[in-house]
Ligand binder design. Sequence first.
Ligand code: E4P
Length: 213
Amino acid sequence: MKLFLDTANVAQVAEVARWGVLDGVTTNPSLVAKEGKDFKAVVLEMCQHVPCVSAQVTAPDVEGMKRQGEEYASWHKHVVVKVPMTVGGLEVVKYLSGKKIKTNVTLVFSVAQAILAAKAGATIISPFVGRLDDIGEDGMGLIKEIMEVWQHSKFATEVLVASTRHPRHIVDAGKLGAHICTIPYEVFVKLPKHTLTDNGYKKFQEDWGKVKK
Ligand code: E4P
């Protein structure tokens, strides 16, 4: 299972990359806007830290998205072009996959969308669990159904669990066999923590101080 950071903050990526557990980064227009930095510069800096950085196309039409996708892919070999799950987006994914450009189809909220994106040639699909939970639906239930279909259809497309809100989402995604989980920084830093670890570590350190050396 691969772990990605869901952020456009380069310092956060550099910090978690130092732990030796980070496989990639997902950005989106909202995360990039929050940082107030130059988009290309941010993407290129992140490419120095991880082998997979999703950069989302924003053009309103198919031709524009194709052009943006080709441009982003030309920036660095670690760039994966993020494309919205629309009919036009599917066309863009088919076009980019024909050019061997990696794609991540975002805003996936149903199994039918997941199947279409995979058939169009997406490298990755991103079903959003948290936003489904937010409206009272079962986000992880969607992942379960997608993974069932994947077992039968043997799609090469990787399933990335997005819009995660808490550590349990990561565990459940792993148990369901999802390939990737993208995690906000605030949730990622909770993953190494356990009260018993903290207490046990403190006691070991204290007792070591009592040992004759
Ligand atoms: C995925 O690539 C998206 O950037 C992200 O997971 C969206 O999460 P949100 O619902 O917390 O905005």
